[in-house]
Design a protein around this ligand. Structure first.
Ligand code: URA
Length: 291
């Protein structure tokens, strides 16, 4: 375990002098192209969803400064059923991706972005990371968590003994917000349910939320991230879904780790990730096998 901790310290820079801003750390800045591509998904043709008779629940999400807005999203029955094998999950994700691109009320109305960022990774991942919204690099490339924050997330995943291909990564919003501001409640109410459908399709054993907004929206709490990080929360599926509640570990956003590069913050993040590994029955010393 000492060796593993040392590896994580090295990966996240604990053995180096604290740095105060993103992009100035001891770790080499890898170009975003170096991030491995996800395993190809089974692509299913987009099709119109059959309307569910189940009323869409109000999204439990709440913005830090405003009250939640009720969602009018209608979950197709296909999205509410339990997922099957990896190919079935990949097919479902492809269908959600196509339907989101064609019909998300928020992303269709938004004008400040270049590309949609649906999310990527293993359709059958046991571990899912949820961020807030794409930034500049993600907006240009159409992939989640690139740039400095993406490199930090990659380091965190690697230190867990996992790879990007073994996890699934998505964000609450799939289009960049103007000035990278925090998503508004009405944006979350419109776009957020597609993330809920992604969670139902992947059905991870554990969700890690990155940053305060993701924790609030996924866990349905108003508590601040510094209060709830490191404590197990849960994601409650939408009404009618054949899915149990999923344990959620809130931790800091990689951008915050880069901005607040203190030993304490990095130790807290590693403590959160170790709790996740324990929950998954994994050890960083014995890397996980894809299931
Ligand atoms: N930050 C997020 O929260 N999500 C992304 O996809 C990228 C950066």
């Amino acid at each position: 375990m000492q060796q593993v901790l040392a590896r994580f310290d090295q990966a996240i820079g604990l053995e180096t002098s604290p740095r105060t801003s993103a992009g100035t750390g001891a770790l080499p800045e890898a170009p975003s192209a170096a991030v491995p591509a996800p395993a190809p998904a089974v692509v299913a043709p987009a099709r119109a969803p059959a309307a569910s008779t189940a009323a869409a629940p109000a999204l439990r999400a709440s913005a830090p400064t405003a009250a939640p807005v009720a969602s009018t999203h209608v979950y197709p029955p296909e999205s509410l059923r339990a997922p099957g094998d990896a190919a079935d999950r990949a097919r479902r994700l492809s269908e959600i991706d196509a339907r989101h691109a064609a019909a998300c009320p928020h992303c269709l109305a938004a004008t400040g972005h270049t590309r949609l960022v649906f999310g990527e990774g293993a359709a059958h991942a046991e571990l899912m990371f949820v961020g807030e919204a794409p930034g500049d690099a993600e907006d240009r490339m159409g992939r989640p968590f690139l740039g400095a924050a993406g490199e930090k997330l990659d380091e965190m995943i690697k230190a867990m003994g996992l790879s990007r291909e073994q996890v699934y990564i998505a964000s609450i919003l799939k289009s960049r917000t103007p000035d990278d501001r925090t998503p508004m409640p009405e944006e979350v109410a419109a776009c957020g349910p597609f993330l809920m459908e992604q969670i139902l399709a992947v059905r991870p054993k554990v969700i890690v939320t990155l940053g305060g907004p993701a924790a609030k929206w996924i866990c349905g709490t108003d508590a601040g991230i510094s209060r709830i990080r490191g404590t197990w929360q849960q994601w409650t599926p939408p009404a009618g879904a054949d899915c149990p509640a999923i344990p959620v570990m809130p931790t800091y956003h990689p951008s915050y780790v880069l901005r607040t590069y203190t030993k304490q913050v990095r130790m807290e993040v590693w403590s959160d990730l170790r709790a996740v590994l324990a929950k998954l029955g994994l050890s960083p010393a014995a890397p996980a096998q894809p299931r």
